[in-house]
Design a protein around this ligand. Structure first.
Ligand SMILES: Nc1ncnc2c1ncn2[C@@H]1O[C@H](COP(=O)(O)OP(=O)(O)OP(=O)(O)O)[C@@H](O)[C@H]1O
Ligand SMILES: [Mg+2]
Length: 481
């Protein structure tokens, strides 16, 4: 079913007005942690841009499923931004408004002869489709949100529209969807998915996440079972891709927060112009915001609200009171009680602040050290590199890192002993042990006892970074903030 209409079509109709943007990379920067979503959608858009979409049907039809707050609606908005330059270039139909059969007339207009049919402007019309196109592209993006809430007659209408690419309105006129991409979103199966992701509705016990591939497969199954239960086979067959969104991991939350902070900074720069200032959100503060604004239950849904309440609003008050000098730096720190944020204006002496984690990396493999250092620096992380246990101890005492990544085989001590030493001097320090071989059973037991995850070499650097992020988020959550 999923690939029924891979765009192989026949209609050379080049849309030359569209700029050549790399959709995949633009979308990946806006929709975090859902690469399969982007891989599914982009080919259809590119087919349209090349003038090769098939006739008599929409350019693409996608059913987006998955847990709340994982980016379903955001995907369609991001596509509108990428294609038209604004998230507003999107026709969004909230299916919750069409739960009763008689309400469907609002969508397509009442038939002639019905009282007031002239006054009912259909929500779906050719004009409305054209209104969401732009000079940059003639493609309309149409989003039917929460499709499972719609009355059955709406699903029947959609069936015709998906099948022939046209919709007949109450006044008998016809709307053509051949230049539209249709997105349907639904929470079908979301409850069952949540049970899979987080059986106790809490954080996963640290260090024992369900393997990603296994979880992906399970969620996809749940989604398909729920879809087949709710919709007829004809309806399901007309969908090009059923896409299941994955729960977001610590790295994704981190990236989303970075976007939000960057957007806030942009907003300050645009609004205040020459009176603008810099916002520095400390690393500890970021962890606090993530712990408060994200959860397996609601994904990143609360993140914006937390930022608004704890950061944007207090910032606005500072500005309104004229307390921020143009060009100065506002540091966002955790208040003493750990329950709120504190904004202060940096003095001259506070030039270098810690906005990202500092990670102690101990390994005598020089190449690996250099590689990780560069990668972590790209994410704004600071790396303290040591090739021996002795050097590591000195660095740790001086800089108090936020996490440590230690190779087992060090020239002057074994990594597990060093890990224990560091944990004793910094009791909450997340420590990860790397090894190229098996550990002795008693060392495995020690790692278990101290909760040091063991990563086997070779590994992907991004996986290690995600481990560190997860550990940092877990230690923050454990601290109850
Ligand atoms: N993958 C993601 N990439 C970037 N931002 C995201 C992502 N997921 C969630 N967000 C953030 O969380 C907010 C809520 O996400 P979104 O509205 O896309 O959730 P949803 O999956 O549509 O949830 P629901 O099922 O409740 O409608 C977005 O506005 C965005 O700020
Ligand atoms: Mg949504």
């Amino acid at each position: 079913m999923t690939d029924r209409n891979k765009p192989t079509g026949s209609r050379p109709r080049k849309q030359s007005s569209e700029p050549a943007v790399d959709l995949t990379s633009v979308l990946s920067s806006k929709v975090v942690g859902q690469p399969n979503v982007i891989d599914a959608i982009v080919p259809y858009i590119e087919m349209f841009q090349a003038g090769l979409s098939p006739e008599n049907r929409p350019v693409g039809v996608f059913l987006l499923l998955g847990p709340t707050g994982t980016g379903k609606t955001r995907t369609v908005e991001a596509l509108a931004e990428a294609i038209h330059g604004s998230a507003k270039n999107l026709l969004k139909i909230d299916c919750g408004e069409f739960q009763m059969e008689h309400e469907v007339a609002k969508l397509i207009g009442a038939p002639p002869g019905y009282l007031g049919h002239r006054e009912t402007q259909p929500m779906l019309s050719q004009q409305k489709l054209t209104a969401v196109t732009s000079e940059r592209s003639p493609l309309s993006l149409v989003l039917f949100d929460e499709i499972e809430k719609a009355a059955p007659s709406l699903t029947r209408l959609l069936l015709g529209m998906l099948d022939r690419g046209v919709l007949r309105l109450g006044d008998n006129s016809v709307v053509n969807f051949e230049r539209s991409v249709v997105f349907l979103t639904s929470n079908l199966g979301a409850r069952e998915m949540l049970r899979e992701i987080s059986p106790d509705f809490g954080f996963q016990p640290a260090g024992k996440p369900i393997p990603k591939e296994e979880l992906t497969g399970k969620l996809q199954n749940i989604a398909m079972v729920a879809v087949r239960k709710k919709f007829s086979p004809e309806f399901v067959n007309r969908i090009d891709h059923v896409i299941t969104y994955q729960p977001l991991d610590a790295g994704s939350f981190d990236a989303i927060l970075n976007h939000e902070i960057a957007a806030l900074q942009d907003h300050v720069n645009t609004r205040l112009g020459p009176r603008c200032f810099n916002i520095e959100v400390l690393f500890e503060t970021r962890q606090w915001i993530i712990a408060k604004g994200t959860s397996p239950e609601y994904g990143a849904r609360e993140l914006k609200r937390v930022i608004h309440k704890h950061l944007t609003q207090p910032l606005a008050t500072l500005v309104a009171k004229n307390l921020v000098e143009p060009g100065s730096k506002v540091i966002v720190d955790l208040a003493k009680d750990g329950e709120s944020l504190e904004l202060r204006i940096a003095g001259d002496s506070e030039a270098a602040v810690n906005t990202h984690p500092t990670v102690l990396l101990v390994d005598d493999n020089h190449d690996l050290l250099k590689f990780l250092e560069r990668l972590m620096a790209e994410s704004g992380w600071r790396l303290l590199a040591a090739e021996t246990a002795a050097a590591a101890k000195k660095l740790a005492a001086k800089h108090k890192p936020n996490a440590a990544l230690i190779d087992y085989m060090l020239p002057d001590q074994n990594g597990v002993e060093l890990a224990q030493f560091l944990r004793r001097s910094q009791p909450k320090l997340p420590v990860i042990v790397m090894t190229g071989s098996m550990l002795a059973p008693e060392e495995e037991a020690l790692c278990e006892e101290y909760d040091f995850p063991v990563i086997r070499k070779p590994f992907l650097a991004v996986d290690v970074m995600n481990q560190i992020r997860t550990r940092l988020a877990a230690s923050r959550a454990a601290a109850g903030r």
